[in-house]
Ligand binder design. Sequence first.
Ligand code: HEC
Length: 140
Amino acid sequence: MTPFPPLRRRTSRHWTAAVLAALLPLASHAADTTPAQLVSYWSVQAGAPANAARGQAFFTTRHGGEWSCASCHGAPPTSAGKHAGTGKAIEVLAPAVNPKTLTDTARVDKWLRRNCKDVLSRECSAAEKADVLAYLANLK
Ligand code: HEC
């Protein structure tokens, strides 16, 4: 009996860990969440329940700048949007119509960071995210 495992086994464990670490970033691009999970995540972060009506007002209001969320996504965002700056087509935002949206945490984080800065000149708060995601998740 040796107090340590044989060297060969330790090496192969190392390999397994390295391969898993290399694959994880790939996995994070796949669907890893649902609209309902995103709403409950951000409600917990905000410490208050989400309010879809408040989210709708947030979505359609300009917050002191040139654009609202609706400027690019339409209101309600149940058909294709159009970028208010470039005119480029934007996929339908409502998950009821486009089931791919609000299913990828990294993608949602990335776009909310960018879009909130465009509209509010700052990142959205947890409560604002919870409300606007509840509005989007509840669209028919
Ligand atoms: C200047 C145009 C513009 C504005 C304003 C805008 N967005 Fe977007 N948004 C986009 C584009 C472009 C995408 C990427 C969609 C695509 O690839 O078709 C996107 C994607 C998103 C996504 C990711 C959807 C998914 O899961 O794939 C969310 C959520 C989102 N926007 C929410 C908002 C909210 C909330 C606001 C208001 C704070 C907002 N957007 C304002 C252009 C805009």
